[in-house]
Design a protein around this ligand. Structure first.
Ligand SMILES: [Zn+2]
Ligand SMILES: [Zn+2]
Length: 883
């Protein structure tokens, strides 16, 4: 057999193997009625994104599951794709055209979109090549993009269906407005940050009386939009004021005092200003009391014409000015510090402004309920389970979803307005005439849809929906979704209710939640900290297999992990160990060897042991994988390979490989190659490249390991007795090695091993396996006795189950050398004691030094004296022996 390259160098084969797999179509999955489908939809990364450690972890997990299932006989589809990421792509394109001296507006919609597509083609797709480096076995022939034709059709279809069902409406609602992005954003796109703010207490005078009501506010500038002050109906403090009128300070407008249950009496002064256009709760109160929505900010968060003399001021300048004016005119009672949560735009970190706006919404209640039920009825589950709470909590408290965005990059709303009669027409194609008045004077809504509107449909739109394709029928619902906990409500929630609503079935059975990959100190990797580690650099230095393996070992679902380069190194060392072991095996097979299978009749105890251990490893790894315990599975394959196969089995059978018994040699070679083959298969999902490379040398057909059969647990390979015997032998060998290590005995110094046992079985095992002790425990010979007669008292000993082991001292130790060593040690210790004594007899030291330091010296003295006693005793002992 031809052998592997001398050294493990992933650069020599990783790219080659990936192209090979891809060219041979191994990643492809097609409708196959003879196989069960297994489906994963790749969470589409942003088209202009770059691969980071989070993607690397997430993709490795998906690839492990896909490769495992594919080998295990499933038609495994891992469908890749990218997301147009409306808001983040648009802001990048806007920045770029600004650098070229243009604005969005002067390019116009068409011109801007052209630039955006150019950008997408230029920068998009990087991430796909980066994923390939990692070894992802996804079906590139089925790759989708959220803006491609089919997916856009699905988006319009869903919009129209929901609209016709009355679940999409247009209306004035309070939305989160990002003044910097100049668009509405959804609740999920707002990040709440605890911040130190102030509470301004302001007097609102009662009209015609010498009284006032004190109001507390965190945003004094919004008082320009106040239309009422509300108190709780049960609040006796304000009983006689309800129904009267207040004069709004600085503005002079008259506003009513109203009663509303919503107001908490205990909070603040028990009276709240009502600004329906700039606060969601006030908006609701406004609806109940028929109040005017007085909007005082424009799209850039500057005061508009409703703000009188403050018009044109930016919101925080206006706040300063208003507070100063309130103070001048004696309306300001006090300013208190007040910590509160402030919403920030998730994309640009600008403080969002709740603003009333005419937007499109999805009515969530009717969609949320079935999605809650689906989880409660076990239609799908979270791994780990604790994330259910976040999902349920979000859905149970959901507000209507604002889906329109004042952006151009994305799916434009399929909505047309008649300029003559105001009719609203929802349609995929531009209608020729108004359905109401036949006018041709129609314009399409300028807005685009929230980017998550299209990703919500990802599990079925990618399979051809709304067409009823064969793929959709076969691959949907999918098996596993692998994603981070940060997008449970952005994405998971929306996929579930969209799947239930449009397909009548949840989109996946399992949601595997991944944690964050943090740096070695536990910090989030971020651009600003500069602590990000580029997965591509790691791959370049250590190979993709090492990166994948280090991301998986020790990883548990849902928990953050720390990334240590040392761990990548040790994963690379593991690949290297496997490489070298494989080279050794291949080298010893010889030219003529052909694998002829395992014949239980000819197996020796160590053969049965390794086959039996492999058999249990297969079962345990299967169990782990089925429970998504990928980290545990990886650890098991590592331990089995390194410890049992490389360190024990190969060492145990070397004498047989080098021996004269040709028939036995064939048995050993068959076992070596059988176990090595299965090791590579079990490891393949984790380390696809090195295992394929090795497999291509040890496998006599040309079959790729990717499409080979996953190892199966088989009862006929359970050899309990052999396992017990080898366990006993390994324990004994380890005990002997320990003694020798303690005594600093070099391996070439052989020593007799004496076993004392009355146990017949143990005696038999020892008699049959003497060779292991001479080859693996530096035994010169093995003696088995029933009692300790004749064993000298100073023999070193250890106990294993059912036997005692003795190693005669004189066989372990070269007396002259040992005397020399002990003499040296003796004089070293005597010097130490002298030094400590010197210190302790120095009065100055004992009296002036802190007590703890003095005590330390006393302890040292004791320790050295104890050591010296032992050395002297041993020295005398050996001198006695020598004579
Ligand atoms: Zn923003
Ligand atoms: Zn019309």
């Amino acid at each position: 057999m031809e052998n592997l390259a001398k050294t493990y160098n992933p650069k020599e084969f990783e790219d080659r193997l990936y192209n090979d797999w891809n060219n041979k179509g191994y990643f492809k999955a097609d409708v196959n009625e003879n196989k069960e489908p297994f489906t994963i939809m790749m969470p589409p990364p942003n088209v202009t994104g770059n691969l980071h450690m989070g993607h690397a972890l997430n993709s490795t997990i998906q690839d492990i599951l896909t490769r495992w299932k594919r080998m295990d006989g499933y038609e495994a589809l891992w469908l890749p794709g990218t997301d147009h990421a409306s808001i983040s792509t648009e802001s990048k394109v806007v920045t770029r055209i600004k650098e070229q001296g243009h604005s969005k507006e002067d390019l116009g919609r068409e011109g801007f979109l052209e630039k955006a597509w150019e950008w997408t083609e230029e920068y998009g797709g990087n991430i796909k090549n980066q994923l390939r480096k990692l070894g992802v076995s996804c079906d590139w022939s089925k790759e989708r993009f959220t803006l491609d034709e089919g997916l856009s059709d699905a988006v319009e279809e869903v919009f129209i269906r929901l609209y016709e069902k009355g679940l999409i409406y247009r209306g004035d609602r309070i939305i989160n407005w990002c003044p910097s992005c100049a668009t509405a954003i959804s609740d999920a796109e707002v990040e709440h940050q605890e911040s130190q703010g102030k509470l301004w207490h302001v007097k609102y005078p009662v009209k015609g009386e010498d009284k006032f009501i004190e109001i507390a506010t965190t945003r004094p500038e919004t008082m320009l939009g106040d239309v009422a002050v509300a108190v709780n109906p049960n609040d006796e403090r304000y009983e006689d004021l309800v129904g009267k009128t207040l004069i709004l300070p600085l503005v002079g407008r008259e506003i009513p005092i109203i009663k509303d249950e919503y107001v908490e009496m205990e909070f603040g002064t028990g009276a709240v200003k009502i600004t329906p256009a700039h606060d969601p709760n006030d908006f609701e109160i406004g609806l109940r009391h028929n109040l005017e929505n007085l909007k005082i900010l424009d799209d850039n968060a500057k005061i508009n014409s409703n703000g009188g003399k403050y018009e044109g001021l930016e919101r925080y300048e206006a706040r300063k000015q208003i507070v100063s004016d309130l103070e001048d005119k004696d309306y300001l009672v006090k300013i208190k510090d007040h910590d509160h949560n402030v919403g920030h735009c998730e994309r640009c970190d600008t403080i969002v402004e709740p603003i009333i706006s005419k937007q499109w919404f999805v009515e969530m209640k009717p969609l949320a309920e079935p999605a809650i039920e689906a989880l409660k009825n076990g239609k799908f589950k979270f791994i780990p389970e604790r994330f259910e709470k976040i999902y349920l909590n979000w859905l149970e408290n959901i507000r209507d979803w604002c889906i329109s965005r004042q952006l151009w990059w994305g799916h434009r709303l399929p909505v047309y307005y008649c300029k003559d009669c105001g009719e609203v027409i929802v349609s995929k194609k531009r209608p020729e005439k108004c359905t109401k008045c036949n006018s041709e004077n129609l314009i399409q809504d300028e807005d685009t849809l929230d980017t998550w509107f299209s990703s919500a449909l990802w599990p079925f739109s990618t399979l051809g929906w709304p067409q009823n394709t064969k793929e959709l029928e076969y691959f949907y619902p999918t098996d596993v979704l692998v994603t981070g906990y940060d997008i449970i409500f952005f994405w998971i929630v929306r996929m579930v209710f969209s799947g239930v609503e449009q397909m009548g079935e949840v989109p996946f059975e399992n949601v595997f939640i991944t944690g964050l990959v943090r740096d070695s100190e536990g910090r989030k990797m971020s651009k600003s900290l500069g602590n990000g580690i580029d997965p591509l650099e790691i791959i370049d230095e250590y190979g993709a297999d090492a990166l994948r393996f280090s991301l998986i070992t020790g990883n548990t679902p849902g928990n953050d992990m720390r990334f240590y380069v040392e761990r990548v190194e040790s994963s690379r060392n593991f690949a290297n160990k496997l490489w070298n072991a494989s080279r050794f095996v291949i080298m010893n097979l010889g030219e003529e060897f052909h694998f002829t299978g395992i014949d239980n009749e000819n197996l020796k105890v160590e053969d049965k042991w390794i086959i039996s251990r492999l058999n249990s490893a297969i079962k345990e790894i299967d169990d782990n994988l089925n429970k998504f315990e990928l980290g545990l599975a990886a650890q098991k394959i590592y331990d089995f390979t390194w410890n049992e196969y490389c360190d024990w089995y190969i060492e145990m059978v070397k004498p047989r490989l080098y021996g004269e018994d040709e028939a036995d040699k064939i048995t050993v070679k068959n076992v070596l190659i059988h176990v090595l083959g299965d090791i590579n298969k079990l490891l393949h999902p984790f380390m696809p490249f090195v295992t394929e490379e090795i497999y291509s040398y040890i496998n006599e057909s040309n079959e790729s390991i990717m499409v080979s059969n996953w190892p199966e647990n088989d009862d006929k390979y359970n050899f309990v007795e052999a396992e017990e015997q080898i366990d006993f032998i390994m324990d004994a060998i380890k005990s002997i090695r320990n003694i020798r290590a303690e005594m600093n005995v070099i391996p070439s110094k052989k020593a007799k091993a004496i076993f004392v046992t009355q146990n017949y079985n143990k005696r038999k095992i020892l008699e049959n396996n003497e060779l292991f002790f001479t080859t693996l425990a530096s035994a010169s010979s093995v003696e088995i006795k029933e009692n300790k007669d004749g064993i000298s008292d100073d023999a070193m000993s250890a106990v294993v189950e059912g036997a005692e082991i003795f190693l005669p001292l004189e066989e372990l130790v070269d007396f002259d050398k040992e005397i020399e060593r002990l003499e040296k040690e003796k004089s070293r210790l005597e010097n130490e004691i002298k030094r400590v004594n010197g210190k302790l007899s120095n009065k100055g030291f004992v009296e002036k030094a802190p007590e703890s330091i003095v005590n330390q010296e006393r302890e040292k003295k004791q320790k050295y004296e104890g050591m010296l006693d032992k050395v002297v005793e041993r020295l005398n002992n050996i001198i006695d022996k020598k004579d």
